[in-house]
Write a protein that binds this ligand. Structure first.
Ligand code: MF3
Ligand code: CO
Ligand code: CO
Length: 260
């Protein structure tokens, strides 16, 4: 495992990439409404990332592997029982849907990666509870980040919060180191045992991005090679931030003004 420690210069570039990624989510919010297609959301985000921010959308053409095509779009759009990596397409949003939009931009060679849930009209009581619990679980994980914390402490904080509320953590996908490379070491699991795993050091940058299901934790990959859904078709939610380990704690690199 090779975990990169970012220099102060690199940290500044990560900060700028993080702010840019967050701006995409702020920009897209008023467009997330009943009647819009996920393709249209992709087009608006793509144009904003390229033309307004002067960045590169990292998902576009990313991740080709034997038996899996490259990701064909610029953002991920994961609606209702889609856990993550939903591919924008002709699907039209309707009232009561919940959607995660996941944005990753490359700015001056560095990645910023962040996602959030949106409600389309009024959500069900369950959708609201799941969405809010997932966001709070992400922050439970973020709040323990500081030098000396272990990765298992982050995973444990998230898992405890989620399971106390009767929801389940997806095991197959995790947070990740990030920098010049989109997905680098370490893997940041959203479950774990306190006091285990890699010890954090100042200058590390990684994402925390729990995926939480209302029902069973198991997931299934669709034949498109990307879309991940809950096996039992229960609702799923996800939130994601990119964080920097500082001398005294953490800095959320993708924090938006609308969150403060
Ligand atoms: N942004 C996702 C993550 O949080 C990864 C998307 S990869 C893609 O790690 F190819 F599906 F875009
Ligand atoms: Co990520
Ligand atoms: Co992401």
């Amino acid at each position: 495992m090779t975990v990169t420690i970012k220099t102060p210069d690199e940290q500044q570039k990560m900060r700028e990439a993080g702010v840019a990624a967050g701006r995409v989510l702020t920009m897209i919010e008023p467009h997330v409404k009943a009647g819009v297609s996920t393709d249209e959301l992709n087009r608006i985000c793509h144009d904003y990332i390229v033309k307004d921010l002067g960045c590169i959308p990292a998902p576009l053409n990313y991740g080709a592997a034997p038996g899996r095509p490259a990701f064909p779009k610029s953002i991920c759009t994961s609606v209702n029982h889609v856990v993550c990596h939903g591919i924008p397409g002709p699907k039209v949003l309707k009232k009561g849907d919940v959607i995660n939009i996941d944005v990753t931009v490359i700015k001056d060679g560095f990645h910023g990666d962040t996602s959030r849930m949106f409600y389309v009209g009024e959500p069900s009581i369950l959708a609201r509870r799941l969405t809010e619990a997932t966001r709070e679980a992400m922050f439970e994980g973020i709040r323990v980040v500081r030098p000396g914390t272990r990765l298992g402490d982050i995973g444990h904080a998230i898992q405890r919060y989620v399971e106390q509320r009767g929801f389940s953590i997806v095991r197959e996908y995790c947070g990740h180191g990030i920098g010049r490379v989109f997905h680098e070491d370490p893997q940041v699991l959203h479950y774990g045992r306190p006091g285990t795993g890699l010890e954090l050091q100042a200058g590390m940058t990684f994402t925390i991005e729990p995926m939480v299901n209302a029902g069973r934790p198991e997931v299934k990959l669709l034949p498109d090679g990307w879309t991940v859904v809950t096996k039992d078709h229960s609702l799923s939610a996800q939130w994601e931030h990119t964080v920097l380990v500082t001398a005294t704690g953490y800095e959320i690199l993708t924090l938006r003004e609308d969150e403060i």
